[in-house]
Design a protein around this ligand. Sequence first.
Ligand code: FES
Length: 130
Amino acid sequence: MTQPTLFVCALCKFPAAEAGAGDISGGQHLIDQLASQLEDDTVILQPVRCMAACDRACNAALSAPGKLTFIFNDLSPHQAAPDLAEFCRQYAAADLGKVPYGLRSPAIKQATAYVLPPLVAESLEGAIAR
Ligand code: FES
């Protein structure tokens, strides 16, 4: 099975309510925190440059072939990494990436902006293979 990819915007600023961390952006700070939380290669951590939701920083998306895509916003650069890393592990283990709602942390429930179905072509490939 293909490793899921966690896309995180490296350019997102720190939210007004949070203090910065030196010269780095809020998104880069979150990426640095995630890198230490995801040392088990559960997912590919992929920094990206702007996800077009700059006023909802920090932004991230979790996706894998044949699985749901989760889009997150308003992630705290200082606090979101442990919950996001745990959700990545849950997602990697779950059929279709369908992590039961009751198993998601409050922070993940709050940050989930959108959930998209697997791409149709991927769904058809899966149906044909069965
Ligand atoms: S800078 Fe992060 S979404 Fe635009």
